[in-house]
Design a protein around this ligand. Structure first.
Ligand SMILES: Nc1ncnc2c1ncn2[C@@H]1O[C@H](COP(=O)(O)OP(=O)(O)OP(=O)(O)O)[C@@H](O)[C@H]1O
Length: 250
């Protein structure tokens, strides 16, 4: 199985977030996506997961037989997507039945992430790190070759991070592929890496630059925006949607 991503572009809220993202991934390989807050790492994963349409480019999955890309992947996003009223075990049973291609039993998957003791607790009673571990245990209850993971170590302590690393390496050893966004090292052996950079606005054309630099806009923040930046009553530029007070993209 081989995943090829060619010249992918992303727009959100009519703003270009990134473009020209290309990579290939073969069986057993891992790709780590890095970049600043707001660079578009989650958006790239959303596009790969089919949750967001790309603004350009192509995604191809070869040697997957009859299966579509959506049928070949697991996606673990920022939100754990667990049902709070159900127990950890019930959540995994639901996922296993729903996703098909059953692998580990829910109890075994919880054991693998060190949570066997919490199997019968409603997820609402679990800590953030424990919920994250239940979400990651979902990877183990159904066979899917491509794992898309958005900051998988968030809320995990160092022991759980090491457990996760071993699970990820085990998946690769069985021919699985991983694409993970992260702000901290995942310590995956020989992982590929791409850094997503937010698309910059072009330099101002003569005569247009004065107003822009006065407004103090951050790179990319005004892209595709036809109207001048809103200002406070004192005349200071106000942050716009998707932008921090410094004008940095959020
Ligand atoms: N639903 C949305 N509508 C409009 N813009 C959005 C939406 N979701 C995200 N964005 C914008 O897209 C840009 C990229 O966001 P994204 O979440 O992909 O970044 P990220 O690199 O994953 O950030 P972080 O490191 O903070 O998780 C940001 O500027 C964000 O404000």
């Amino acid at each position: 199985m081989r995943l090829s991503v060619n010249n992918l572009a992303c727009e959100r809220g009519e703003r270009r977030i990134f473009e020209g993202v290309s990579f290939t991934l073969s069986a057993g390989e891992a790709l780590v996506i890095t970049g600043r807050n707001g660079a578009g790492k989650s958006s790239l994963l959303d596009i790969l997961a089919g949750r967001l349409h790309p603004a350009g480019g192509a995604i191809l999955l070869d040697e997957a037989g009859e299966r579509t890309l959506a049928e070949c992947l697991h996606y673990v996003g920022h939100r754990d997507a667990l049902k709070a009223a159900l127990t950890a075990e019930e959540n995994l049973t639901f996922a296993r039945d729903f996703l098909g291609h059953p692998a580990l039993k829910p109890r075994e998957a919880l054991e693998a992430v060190g949570l066997a003791h919490a199997a019968r607790l409603p997820v609402a009673y679990l800590s953030a790190g424990q919920r994250r571990r239940v979400a990651l245990a979902r990877l183990l209850v159904a066979h899917r070759p491509l794992w898309l993971l958005d900051e998988p170590t968030s809320a995990l302590d160092t022991t759980s991070q090491e457990t996760l690393r071993l699970i990820l390496e085990g998946h690769r050893e069985q021919g699985g592929m991983i694409v993970a966004s992260t702000h901290s090292p995942l310590f995956l052996k020989d992982a590929k890496e791409i850094r997503i950079e937010r698309t910059k606005i072009p330099p101002p054309v003569a005569g247009e630059g004065a107003e822009r630099s006065e407004a103090g806009e951050g790179a990319g923040s005004m892209e595709h925006s036809p109207s001048p930046a809103p200002r406070s009553r004192e005349g200071h530029p106000l942050p716009q949607r998707g932008e921090g007070e410094t004008g940095e993209p959020l």
